[in-house]
Design a protein around this ligand. Structure first.
Ligand code: OGA
Ligand code: MN
Length: 296
């Protein structure tokens, strides 16, 4: 039996009773999609997934993205990205070590936005007392939208925001010790800046979502620069109030699936090089859900 138990928090639910390594019936996929839209962040504990099994699960919800920055793509599974601070015997990184270490929404820089990140914890770092490190922090953009002042809701209605992949990339590159290279002209050409509505209607729930994030949102289209900068700065402060935040403490074997339309997230980098973290990721695009919206 599948159970979905909501967290006592602004986001999150735990889904039990499913082995995600096995093919699931359509009804289970529908249950998960509905739960994703209502809880924003889903935890499936005690999973064990090969890259092929993770892809088979994720692709039930939409097409899978091959990340433009996936330097570690293997021939067989380019849709799988490894996030890790581990290195092999020769010192070569096993994955992207600094992924997501500031507030952002995955793929908001993409013409087709993402529906969900599917992230499986292979190794979770711990402190000397056995407490997990490397949390992922989430923010609820349905709650953030609802709490906006009415006048601002009206101004944002119909407005669009330009999102730029290079913005977050360069911010990460500027950090001390970053080994990110500048994006190549080919990478820039593959992901040019794009515009999306500032307020999106969620294709599964019909809820209104504030679709802006400090990682990629560059400007509000057609507004004076000073006004755009001021309103974006306000939105970035507003959307990260404590009341909208939820922290996930990882356990190995957790598969987390989060709504990339209605949440922001942040990978907390509070662990050292000797505290190993390894995550296996798939990005599900929102092509399928926007082609067949669930609400009327
Ligand atoms: C990502 C990401 C967060 C984390 O996979 O897009 O931001 O905690 N990950 O690893
Ligand atoms: Mn991310």
């Amino acid at each position: 039996m599948v159970t979905v138990v909501a967290n006592d928090a602004v986001l999150g639910a735990t889904v039990d009773g499913l082995d995600l390594a096995q093919p699931l019936p359509d009804a289970a996929i529908e249950t998960i999609l509905t739960a994703l839209a209502s809880h924003g962040v889903l935890r499936f504990p005690n999973q064990d997934l090969s890259p092929a099994q993770q892809k088979a699960f994720a692709c039930r919800f939409g097409s899978l993205e091959v990340n433009v920055a996936n330097r570690n793509a293997t021939g067989e599974h380019p849709e799988i990205m490894i996030l890790s601070n581990m290195v092999d015997a020769a010192g070569k990184p096993l994955g992207l070590a600094d992924a997501g270490q500031d507030w952002h929404t995955d793929m908001s820089y993409s013409a087709t936005v993402a529906l969900a990140n599917v992230l499986f914890a292979i190794k979770v770092p711990h402190d000397d007392h056995g407490q997990p490190l490397g949390d992922t922090r989430f923010a609820n953009m349905i709650a953030a939208y609802e709490a906006l002042p009415t006048a601002l809701k009206q101004r944002l209605d119909g407005a669009t925001i330009t999102h730029d992949f290079n913005l977050f990339w360069e911010r990460m590159r500027a950090r001390p010790g970053s080994n990110r290279q500048p994006l190549t002209p080919e990478q820039r050409a593959e992901k040019p800046p794009v515009s999306h509505p500032a307020v999106m209607v969620h294709p599964v729930s019909g809820a209104k979502v504030l679709y802006a994030n400090p990682g990629y949102a560059a400007c509000i289209d057609g507004w004076e620069k000073a006004e755009s900068d001021a309103v974006l700065a306000f939105l970035f402060r507003h959307q990260l109030q404590d009341a909208f935040l939820y922290d996930h403490h990882w356990t190995e074997g957790d598969l987390m699936m989060w709504d990339n339309i209605a949440t922001l997230h942040y990978a907390v980098a509070d662990y050292g090089a000797h505290q190993h973290r390894m995550m296996q990721r798939c990005q599900v695009m929102a092509d399928q859900v926007f082609a067949h919206p669930r609400f009327r």
